[in-house]
Design a protein around this ligand. Sequence first.
Ligand code: CA
Length: 374
Amino acid sequence: MEKITRRKFVKVVSTKAVVGSGLLGLSSCSKQSSKQSFHNIQTNKSYKWKMITTWPPHFPVMGEGAEKIAKWIEDMSGGQLKIHVYGGGELVPALEAFDAVSQGTAEMGHGASYYWAGKAASTQFFASVPFGMNAQQMNAWLYSGGGLELWEEVYSAFNLVPMPIGNSGVQMGGWFNKEINSINDIKGLKMRIPGLGGKVIAEAGGSAILSAGGEIFTNLERGVIDATEWVGPYHDYLMGFHKIAKYYYFPGWHEPGTVLEMFINKNAYSSLPDHLKSIIKTAAYRSNIWMLSEFETKNSEYLQKLIQDPKIQIRNFPDDVLKKFRTISNDVIDEIVSTDPISRKVYQSFEKFKKKISTWSEYSERAYYNALTL
Ligand code: CA
């Protein structure tokens, strides 16, 4: 990364220098790229692609996001690249999307990278890890802090090109049918919680149960599980958990800002003309901000409904429970990075960035939130 000295910065912000170097640099660059892509546009070859998703068809926010990105790409390309979106299970089972796109059964997939932890442990650092970074920080790491390059390196081994296309924001901690007053209340608790969060619950003496979205309500209602996490107020409300569980805990320590992804078969992507590649990348950025905005807006609306529901109580996890979860999370992550060199490389970048940006957040976000409550 280029080091910017004060003198250089002052030079860059002076108008003369901007016109002299920046704008001229830009125009010569665009001249070159328009020359390159001219040939490509002239080919007029049209493409019909398939996108397979890990979500049920038309699933709120995530499924809608997949349909929107396909439409934006089609619109921007003037119909040159058309993408048909398949819900999970329509073309291949939801959790086979990664392999199917890798092998070229479909050109694109839509999911979250921690689903593929069984294929490469390092993938989960690009989605969310307990006590990791929030949405804004994850975007900063991926786009500006070297995270996306590492993600591309990891997926390249699977013949895939990844792109962030959304973020859930901070999730909720989950629904419980008993109070959590100390870490001892986790002992014997049967909770539906996937991924690293599940490992933490198991280490704390509970059991992490994996069940597909469609089974969670019945399992909680029948006592097969005592607790479940899902997403946030909007998705949780739609699932109806408030009708069968009394306590809704926050924060979602296990998913502080889960990145949603699009992955593209590398051969298919390489075969595209440059302007279509650029359209896909641009649509991915648009989708990223659209999904996060949608999560934030809908979660805030549905939280109000839940706050007004007299049958449920919304609680903060006690401090000592969160502290214990954090200690265990660090152990769980240490174990992964000590046995897998690629995870170690990715996590070193993640953790270094997190430390740096957390200090900045103290001076910016936290100080500002504190100021609001004075
Ligand atoms: Ca979740």
